[in-house]
Design a protein around this ligand. Structure first.
Ligand code: APR
Length: 311
């Protein structure tokens, strides 16, 4: 029986848990520092099983002891950016949280596969890797699964076609410089580029890049959680089912030209060992250049923040 622990029982953590339950993927442990929060949500989710037709154990607790024996641990614990908080403040706060969470997780489950959701994910996945002492294939960030979902949504809206007919992915940094791989995107069996004008393409890309910010602007307090929670659950499902599915994720790269010792979003095959392999996809010269720029951006941030992130 698969067991998944989710640290942080907030909006994203709870949505991830509920998605896994509804898809009957695993028993769940929810952990949160706030007394009673995880426990209350766990009870609610178990009662929903009588309606939804799943019969899974859900534990909500503040105690990491329950994490022992987990196959996958999803980390959503952290703070959202508050008004007046700089990116550095946020990184420093969330890096502290991720360090303490990961130390507690590996003390109970030294062999877990860790999926990091807390932002900025490319940096915090690296923090989780260094803190955990796990092999890089076992520490993965959630990024491209969400960005690709938004990309596909905006294409389907633009062309008025079903979401299921759109196939495409987003790689690179999880932020404003993300790279939708337009050259490889298909709608049905047609290349996207044969169906949209340059103007429409620019609009799709802009909307994708600002998909998260648009939602924040409507919600006012808090940020997106249905798609982020579902994206993390999709990754957990692919890992536990050893699916070999190719999902773009934030992964550790080493010794590949300038791609050395950091995390960046690339297409990967996921399975029971975590990352099975990074999959090379054909890129145009412009996409390749953008990926190299992304890499340089991440390296700069990492150098500036070396003291905070360690490693
Ligand atoms: N240990 C455990 N839980 C913690 C800790 C900690 N040290 N610190 C904070 N938390 C919990 C909070 O109590 C809260 O319940 O993490 C939860 C975060 O939930 P929300 O505030 O609802 O935030 P959410 O919208 O779920 O986003 C979480 O995911 O997508 C990313 O950018 C997003 O970094 C953010 C993260």
């Amino acid at each position: 029986m698969a067991k998944v622990s989710i640290i942080g029982a907030g909006q994203v953590g709870a949505t991830c848990a509920y998605t896994l339950l509804k898809n009957n993927v695993a028993d769940i442990v929810l952990v949160d520092v706030v007394e009673g929060l995880a426990r209350g949500k766990a009870l609610d989710m178990m009662q929903a099983g009588a309606i939804e037709g799943y019969d899974r154990k859900v534990i909500g607790t503040t105690d990491y002891k329950e994490v022992g024996g987990s196959d996958v641990v999803v980390i959503t614990a952290g703070l959202a950016r508050q008004p007046g908080m700089t990116r550095t403040d946020l990184l420093s706060k969330n890096a502290g949280i991720v360090k303490s969470v990961v130390s507690s997780v590996v003390a109970e489950e030294p062999e877990a596969i860790i999926v990091v959701v807390t932002n900025p994910v490319d940096i915090l996945a690296y923090v989780a890797l260094k803190t955990s002492g796990l092999k890089p294939n076992r520490v993965i960030g959630m990024s491209g699964a969400l960005d690709s979902a938004r990309y596909k949504y905006f294409i389907s809206q633009m062309l008025n076609v079903p979401l299921s007919s759109v196939d495409g992915m987003v790689i690179g940094i999880h932020g404003d410089d993300m790279i939708p791989v337009t050259s490889q995107t298909k709608v049905g069996d047609k290349p996207l580029l044969s169906l949209v004008s340059q103007e429409q393409l620019r609009e799709i890309i802009e909307k994708t890049k600002h998909g998260g910010a648009e939602i924040v602007s409507y919600l006012k307090t808090g940020s997106a959680f249905y798609a982020p929670g579902a994206a993390a659950a999709r990754m957990v499902d692919a890992i536990l089912n050893d699916s070999d599915e190719i999902i773009p994720c934030s992964v550790y790269v080493q010794g590949r030209d300038v791609f050395d010792d950091f995390y960046i979003g690339l297409p990967v095959k996921l399975g029971r060992i975590g990352v099975r392999e990074i999959v090379e996809i054909p890129l145009t010269e412009i996409e390749r250049e953008a990926l190299y720029q992304s890499a340089a951006g991440i390296k700069n941030t990492m150098n500036e923040m070396r003291e905070i992130i360690g490693g």
